[in-house]
Every structure is written in structure tokens, then in C-alpha cells.
Design a protein around this ligand. Structure first.
Ligand SMILES: [Zn+2]
Length: 121
């Protein structure tokens, strides 16, 4: 599975929780050097040491509105990058937004469990 998923792109927040954000948010954070690569998951991660600085610098911006004050990300990000637009046409439109949200949560919980169990080894 690639990083582009229906409803955004997976990254890790400062607590190593998998969240889904738009490509635009990733680019903005990348440009400001707020991201690093998490070696275990291969995902980009918001640098924990930057969270306070970032919240202050970006307060009130589109980026912070998307990430939320706790950096938990939007429930269902609306990403308009070419990858997401292509995937969107494959989305199962019979799912209600709540069901889709559920699915994203299940995926992220499974990913967190996988990362945690690796760390315990
Ligand atoms: Zn996208």
C-alpha cells in the first residue's frame, strides 16, 4: 500500500499516531522542515521537538486548522492532489462518511499496534 489513501496521506504525528492529511499540508510542513522520516514505518513524522514551535508559528493558518491543536489531523481530509483524485473515483460510495471514518480509525489503530509491537521486540 502506498502513502496515498482515499481521504489523504498517512503521516505520523508527534505521538507516533498515524493521521491522514492533505498533500498540501505535507508540503507546507516539509518546506518548513517540520518533518522527519520515521525509520520503522517509513512514513514522514512531525518532529516532536518542533510541535510547540510549530503550533506557535502556524497558529491560525490553514495548516493548523487542518492538523488541529492536538495534531490529531482531520477525520477525513479532502485532498485534491492527482493521486487522491484518481483514488477517489475508486472509493466505495455506498459507505456513509461515518463508516469511512471508522475504516480510517481501524487502519490507524492497526498501524499503531504494529509499530508498538515492533518497538517491544
Ligand atoms: Zn492527496
Amino acid at each position: 500500500m502506498g502513502e496515498a489513501l482515499p481521504g489523504g496521506h498517512a503521516i505520523l504525528n508527534h505521538n507516533s499516531e498515524r493521521i491522514h492529511v492533505t498533500q498540501r499540508a505535507i508540503k507546507e510542513m516539509d518546506m518548513r522542515n517540520f518533518l522527519r522520516r520515521d525509520r520503522e514505518s517509513g512514513l514522514r513524522q512531525i518532529k516532536p521537538e518542533f510541535v510547540d514551535i510549530m503550533a506557535e508559528m502556524e497558529y491560525g493558518t490553514r495548516l493548523m486548522r487542518e492538523l488541529g491543536s492536538d495534531f490529531s489531523g482531520p477525520a477525513v481530509p479532502i485532498c485534491t492532489c492527482p493521486d487522491c483524485r484518481r483514488l477517489e473515483s475508486d472509493l466505495d460510495r455506498t459507505l456513509t462518511p461515518d463508516e469511512q471514518l471508522c475504516r480510517v480509525h481501524e487502519e490507524s489503530e492497526a498501524a499503531v499496534r504494529a509499530v508498538r509491537s515492533k518497538r517491544l521486540q
